[in-house]
Ligand binder design. Structure first.
Ligand code: AMP
Ligand code: GLY
Length: 426
């Protein structure tokens, strides 16, 4: 089978790495790809916003499956247009991608299906939103309804701060994403990422992970796209896992099908594990980044077969197997991130790092400048390692980090700390 993968980050590098191991794979194309992905795929400069061009490319190359990495093309309806053209696509329709694209849509679906989530209100004007906030206790969470590049969520410690967040939203700080706000009860607990494949009707759990969103050691400082991750998340016990499937994922899948917008693809649930059980914080219509990198390191089964089974609606007769090992990924970011990252600094030593046993270095934001590899984004590398324990995977990942010669970048030094404390019974 010929496959077209859409995306250019570390998530897509990990997907390309896993797809390339499939006995079913003939040719792998990636649009636009990156220097790491080019070891496994033919990278093509295809404008993925032009769905007609993507369809023409698929026809010319005999592409049997398109795998969409990021959310933007999904929200733009690429899956709808490919499906209409008779091309198999892994990723939800524009309507189904509302689970990520509109927080209000997801909250209303939770209410209708009885899915545990934070209590909330939806507002399209500032006065009504403020009147609601005045009646709630703090902290309280103010969110832009749409996709705001991870910046649309404010955890307000005071009523004043909540009002400022509401004003920011309605004054256009997040563009169209802020035309509506969702105001939510603050949930207390530990967060975990949960992934399931969904074929429209059936859901099959994949694996769990935890990521580190804050830029600094000890989980302090500004939020980022994710500075590192590990899988599995031991805090998601088999009992919690069953509850997540029964109380959150399965009712969502049923409700989406009943509304005539069946969900096909990977469903990523951001969970808060509260004292009252798991609650949904948000959905994403794609794999997490860098969670995907650690999932792919642990996947024993053939990824391509699993993605095709998802598209074909046969997940009820399907299962995937995992390595018992833990996988852990350290994100190396360019100096300046999560503010403006300094681009163009040279990176050396990747071959040495990747040669370590059980280590893969995924490219997230790199570019070739002649034959020099240089930083080309905020999050630049995902140094990923397997180990029998989180501590072992962490030690290996940092051994690899030390072999990378890149003065223009930095990373956290404590990825996995909470899980390691738990391993040590602290
Ligand atoms: P979201 O984009 O909805 O995932 O929100 C980003 C982050 O804000 C989450 O990963 C949580 O850390 C935090 N967050 C969002 N909603 C809540 C909530 N209701 N209670 C506590 N923390 C939240
Ligand atoms: N790592 C968080 C995300 O992919 O949204």
């Amino acid at each position: 089978m010929n496959v077209l993968l859409i995306g250019s980050g570390g998530r897509e590098h990990a997907l390309a790495w896993a797809l390339s191991a499939s006995p079913l794979l003939e040719a792998l194309y990636c649009a636009p790809g990156n220097p790491g992905i080019s070891a496994f795929a033919t990278c093509v400069a295809l404008d993925v916003a032009d769905h007609g061009k993507v369809i023409a490319f698929c026809r010319e190359k005999g592409v049997g499956l398109v795998v969409v990495g990021p959310e933007a093309p999904l929200v733009a309806g690429i899956a709808d247009d490919l499906s209409a053209a008779g091309i198999k696509v892994f990723g939800p329709s524009n309507a189904a991608a509302q689970l990520e694209g509109s927080k209000g849509f997801t909250k209303d679906l939770c209410t209708e299906a009885g899915i545990p989530t934070a209590a909330y209100g939806r507002f399209s004007d500032a006065a009504a939103a403020k009147a609601f906030v005045a009646r709630q206790s703090v902290p309280i969470v103010v969110k832009a309804d749409g996709i705001a590049a991870g910046k649309g969520v404010v955890i307000a410690e005071s009523h004043k701060e909540a009002e400022a967040a509401i004003d920011a939203c309605f004054s256009g700080a997040f563009g169209a994403a802020g035309a509506e706000v969702v105001i939510e009860e603050f949930l207390e607990g530990e967060e975990a990422s949960y992934f399931a494949l969904v074929d429209g009707v059936h859901a099959m759990p994949l694996a769990t992970a935890q990521d580190h969103k804050r830029v600094g050691d000890g989980d302090v400082g500004p939020n980022t796209g994710g500075m590192g991750a590990y899988s599995p998340a031991a805090i998601v016990t088999p009992e919690i896992d069953r509850r997540v499937m029964r109380e959150i994922i399965e009712p969502t899948v049923r409700m989406m099908a009943a509304r005539g917008m069946p969900y096909v693809g990977v469903l990523y649930a951001g969970l808060m594990l509260t004292k009252d059980g798991p609650k949904l914080i948000e959905y994403n219509a794609r794999f997490g980044d860098p969670e995907c990198q650690v999932l792919m390191m642990r996947l024993k089964s053939d990824l391509l077969t699993a993605l095709v089974a998802t598209c074909d609606g046969v997940l009820d007769t399907f299962d995937v197997r995992w390595h018992d090992d833990v996988a852990l990924s350290v994100v190396m970011a360019a100096n300046g991130y999560p503010g403006t990252p300094q681009k163009g600094s040279e990176i050396k030593g990747l071959d040495r790092a990747a040669a370590l046993d059980g280590v893969e270095v995924f490219h997230a934001g790199t570019r070739l400048d002649g034959d020099r590899l240089v930083a080309d984004g905020g999050r630049v590398l995902n140094v990923t390692a397997r180990g029998r324990t989180v501590a072992e995977a962490q030690a290996r990942a940092y051994e690899a980090v030390r072999l990378i010669d890149w003065p223009g970048g930095f990373c956290r030094s404590d990825i996995g700390w909470r899980a390691i404390e738990r391993e040590h019974g602290r």
